[in-house]
Design a protein around this ligand. Sequence first.
Ligand code: NCD
Length: 309
Amino acid sequence: MRRHLLSIDDLDVDDIDTLFATAAEMHDVQRREVKKLPALRGRTVINLFFEDSTRTRSSFEIAGKWLSADTINIAAKGSSASKGESLRDTVLTIAAMGVDALVMRHPASGAALQVSQWVDAAVINAGDGTHEHPTQALLDAYTLRRRLGTLEGQKIAIVGDLTHSRVFRSNVLCLTKLGAEVTVVAPPTLMPSGIGPWSAQAGFATSYDLDEVLPEADAVMMLRVQRERMSGGYFPSPREYTVGYGLTRDRLGVLGPDVPICHPGPMNRGLEIAADAADAAQSAVLDQVSAGVAIRMAVLYHLLAGEES
Ligand code: NCD
């Protein structure tokens, strides 16, 4: 495994299998009454978040704590970044305190890669702009593999605001690497430009027609409509988006009862996903959250206590 986790491309299939095996052990720790392992005692993990987050930040914090690392959260709103300090100065300041891992979320695509060139600490990308979110893709693939047994040959539909989604980009890379047949679905306005050559090269399909894709799907992953990243009108009205691309109650009826429904959260209930689908017995949403802790424990463990260190 490499020193940083910036992209799914940093991992080969063996690395992903190793992380999943460790995550399965960590999952067992999660069920214990005393959830502490000594593996990262004396190590310091900083969560540096320049964008809002609920589950990613808290699950990295819990993951670090359960491995006995000292974890500290820095939110850009309360830091000197809001006083005009540059990203480089902020990061070098933190690194100078003696940090082992920097978990970073930033609105600029490529920010984590840039930071990894400035510091000695292991850098984990917890979301960089619209680029990648590798630990989210790992926890999604881990959750789906547990539900489906294998990802090999499984038809997985990823549906929603693809243009603004780092979750989609990391997931396509991860799921195709693990042998899944991925189809991504979006309205033309939310289909990223240039996706044609990329999909041909990476081996996934694209569609504008959710109703054609759903009956074939072995798993469905709904993505949030990221209104905070939209400047213009990407669709005429929320109602129209739901009619074309929402996982509505009617569409839920088309899915087999064992087809897992994923959503990375936060969900816009009633927009991209109906409450009936989010709360259905086949919904994997809360499994994803609990897998998130296990996966992040595995990532921290391998980057900080792995064979190479
Ligand atoms: C995603 C993110 O922030 O990239 N959420 C998450 O990490 N669970 C997706 C989103 O914001 O819609």
